[in-house]
Write a protein of this length. Structure first.
Length: 218
């Protein structure tokens, strides 16, 4: 499989959520899976998927895909107005470690433009307008960055290390959804987070748990 360049996260590598969904589909696992990224997923590069392992042309292990076990617990929802107010204070508008990210990068006019802002209780929330083409990868991507922004701070960039997601339904194109996130634990360079996506009618569409890793030196 190949990760198209437009679905990037940090420069030169795939967005974690989008990539994890694509890798999960490529392995053909039944039921929920957990994807662990061992290297920054390279863009426009043929990747070999076999036995739950994903390798680049040089044989390096890029990712592992395993059964997820228990389903993630959903983060409670907020209404669309609250999500819009949170997004207006999105810290990534002032300082963003990867402003070209397909999901949360303010420089990407062709991206998902999910801007998670903090709520008073520490959760994040953001509106999300489903694009014209909605796929499983789209929803995993939407469930990705809202968790990261529960722990990302000035001069403290994180990247996705592991994610498991469960989807109940896909939003329809143009649906105004809300995505929420929360940090359950953060110690040293590792943070454990959860996210949830809700449709316009408040219905739970998907949920995820993830491990984010602070970059060395941050």
């Amino acid at each position: 499989m190949i990760i198209p360049a437009r679905f990037n996260g940090p420069p030169g590598s795939g967005n974690g959520g989008w990539t994890a969904a694509a890798l999960a589909a490529a392995t053909g696992h039944d039921g929920p899976v957990e994807v662990t990224l061992r290297q920054p997923p390279p863009l426009e590069t043929p990747l070999t998927v076999a036995g739950g392992e994903v390798r680049d042309p040089g044989g390096r292990l890029v990712a592992e895909v395993r059964p997820a076990g228990d389903a993630p617990e959903a983060v409670p929802p907020v209404d669309l107005g609250t999500a819009r107010a949170a997004a207006a204070a999105y810290p990534g508008l002032a300082e963003h470690p990867f402003p070209g990210c397909y999901v949360c990068g303010p420089d990407r006019v062709d991206g998902l433009r999910i801007f998670p802002g903090r709520l008073p209780d520490g959760r994040t929330a953001a509106p999300f307008t489903a694009p014209a083409e909605v796929t499983v990868e789209t929803v995993w991507a939407a469930l990705d960055c809202s968790g990261g922004w529960a722990v990302i701070g000035p001069g403290r960039p994180y990247v996705l290390g592991r994610i498991a997601a469960v989807l109940d339904a896909l939003p329809a194109p143009g649906d105004e959804c809300v995505v929420t996130g929360v940090a359950d634990d953060a110690r040293g360079r590792k943070a454990l987070v959860r996210t949830a996506l809700y449709g316009p009618d408040g219905r739970l569409l998907g949920r995820a748990r993830a491990t984010w890793i602070a970059l060395p030196g941050a």
